[in-house]
Design a protein. Structure first.
Length: 114
């Protein structure tokens, strides 16, 4: 089992270290082929990567906080993450539709145009 910390943000890395997260590997980006059953992944991944990691038997923990609109798109420090009450929340994601098979894709909704 490997504990992964996936972040390209220095503030998040510093915050995780201050929280004494016991990770084995830190990476800026996740290479899904390295993930094995039983691995723990901490970060802020897009849903398709979470689903892929869960499918491989890994657990995913998302760095969550209530981020004000004025701070979106900015680099946050460890201190700011602490003030925003950042914490880890476990998520599981599953792919419902197989986008490789058109007959199984989600239907497109039609809108009346006036």
């Amino acid at each position: 089992m490997t504990i992964w910390l996936i972040t390209r943000h220095p503030g998040a890395l510093n915050w995780a270290n201050q929280q004494q997260l016991p990770y084995d590997q830190h990476c800026n980006h996740l290479a899904i082929t390295q993930i094995r059953a039983g691995d723990l992944i901490y970060g802020t991944l897009p849903i398709p990567l979470i689903a892929a990691a869960n499918k491989r038997g890994a657990r995913y923990f998302h760095l969550e906080m209530n981020l004000p609109e004025t701070q979106r798109g900015t680099e946050l420090t460890a201190e700011q993450l602490e003030q925003l009450k950042a914490h880890w929340v476990e998520y599981r994601a599953t792919t419902i539709n197989n986008n490789d098979q058109p007959e199984k894709q989600a239907p497109l909704l039609q809108r009346d145009r006036h």
